[in-house]
Design a protein around this ligand. Sequence first.
Ligand code: FAD
Length: 368
Amino acid sequence: MKLIIVGAGVVGAACAYEASGFGAEVVLVDADLPGRATAAGAGIVCPWVSHADDEAWYAFACAAARRYPALVDELADCGAGDVSYRRVGALIIPRDEEEAGRECERMTDRLATVPEIGEVQVVAPGDVLNLFPPLRPGSVGVWIGGAGRVDGRRLRDSLVGAARGRGAALMAGRARLACRAGRVAGVEIDGQLMETDVVVAATGAWTTSFVQPAAVVVRVTPERGQIVHLRFGSADTTRWPVILPASSGHYLLAFEGSRVVAGATREPGSGFDARITAGGLGEVLAQAVAVAPGLSGATYLETRVGLRPAGPDVRPLLGPVSGVAGLVVATGLGASGLTLGPLAGAVAARTALGVDQPIDLTPFDPLR
Ligand SMILES: Cc1cc2nc3c(=O)[nH]c(=O)nc-3n(C[C@H](O)[C@H](O)[C@H](O)COP(=O)(O)OP(=O)(O)OC[C@H]3O[C@@H](n4cnc5c(N)ncnc54)[C@H](O)[C@@H]3O)c2cc1C
């Protein structure tokens, strides 16, 4: 079976990897658009601290996080090298000890049904500083041992590399969906029709316009995120945990090479404007230094900008499109796409190929 996947972010790359594993003839197309979210994403894999109130989202997110270590091992077996996923743990930084107690209790309750959350405990200020030295002295923390982080670019490249190793083809270009009599006919690239019966739209923030030729509305809007990379002297940052201040939606994390990442703006209404703005940069740096004053002297490296694909609610837009035979949508992962993306891509591949998959897609209907 021939499958064309449009969009080679984390979702499309994961879809190509899974589909090529089933022996499908896979073509993965990408236009390298400015604002590709996967190339900017921070890479925190710790879904247990948010949206637990949405049962369908939470179950999907927990399954996605649980699957990460096995996927990373699989990619290593395919020769993809180190995809940079590490279970480094996370520290929630509460405003005071009372809040620390509440956060610890909240996470311990969730641990009862989700063992991957790992160890949960309150960490005293001295130990917090040992774990993440630039933090404000005196900060107390709540430790979540199962949290991880991953470099979205490396993960995506590894998935594409492994898919190609299984025979998938990668094509550059902007694809236009072609439909005939209520079913998919293929995609056009530079005016040339590439025929197929099944197309997966893994087109991120651009999905609404991509599926328009099928006369359906998939409600995705771009939400800009600006995120800053710093170098903290020559510190060994390899195992520094993710920092999640309870007072804001901003965060810090670290990668090899003394790289500290401070994120991020959440800018609904940004449209497809992928610029770095003075206000965005100012906000991210101010929030970072407020939590971790030790970062004031860090070296500025770069700012990345991504357009998160935001759906009408927190849930993925994932599954077949009713009324359009051969069209599968996989997007709407918003601020959690590096966590949910590998599973969403795999589910999309199985759906497109008609292979069994255990997840009930009803809550994720792309036309809701
Ligand atoms: C600043 C920031 C921080 C984030 N932090 C985290 C985090 O810590 N943890 C987490 O889990 N998630 C995080 N995310 C969210 C995550 O990055 C995204 O949800 C995820 O990368 C979306 O992946 P995607 O494949 O759906 O979209 P994208 O990565 O945007 O990929 C879509 C692709 O489709 C291509 N495309 C679109 N239309 C066409 C067309 N017509 N023809 C050809 N190609 C096309 C584009 O070029 C693009 O490459 C963050 C995002 C941002 C911006």
